[in-house]
Design a protein around this ligand. Structure first.
Ligand SMILES: [Cu+2]
Length: 146
């Protein structure tokens, strides 16, 4: 019984911490996902709350995560991870964050972090983005517009 109470306390504590505190979100960097999509962040569209930490994991070799030029909310500094290293980003401002894996940008390896209050309209305007990446970003933005 004591053990059970201890367990329940731990569970409840963990639950309340997750309610109050910021979340930790993990994103895998993959050569191929379960649906056979190549060069992908998983998830590709990352829904987060202000203050959460998003960590990109080098699950498979050869990847990194970097912010895309001009595609961060105001007040967020650009960032660039190293290949085969994990990188964490605290999403402390509302808005959309464009993310790419530089070596696989042409292969469509992009992600979007969407935080709080954001506007998907015009996010890609005037940006130079390779075809495959652009297509994936357009699909994600269409999802966000719904
Ligand atoms: Cu990559």
């Amino acid at each position: 019984m004591k053990k059970f109470i201890l367990l329940m306390t731990t569970v409840l504590l963990g639950f309340s911490v997750s309610l109050v505190g910021a979340a930790e979100i993990e994103v895998k960097m993959l050569n191929k996902d379960a649906d056979d999509n190549k060069m992908v962040f998983e998830p590709m569209l990352i829904m987060a709350e202000k203050g959460d930490t998003v960590t990109f994991l080098p699950t498979e070799k050869g990847h990194m995560a970097a912010s895309m030029k001009g595609m961060l909310p105001e007040g967020i500094k650009k960032f660039k991870g190293k290949i085969n290293k994990k990188i964490s980003v605290v999403v402390s401002e509302d808005g959309l964050y464009g993310i790419k894996c530089t070596p696989h940008f042409a292969n469509g390896m992009v992600a979007i972090i969407a935080v709080g209050d954001f506007n998907p309209d015009g996010f890609l305007d005037g940006k130079k983005i390779p075809k495959k990446s652009k297509k994936r970003m357009e699909e994600m933005l269409a999802q966000l517009a719904n």
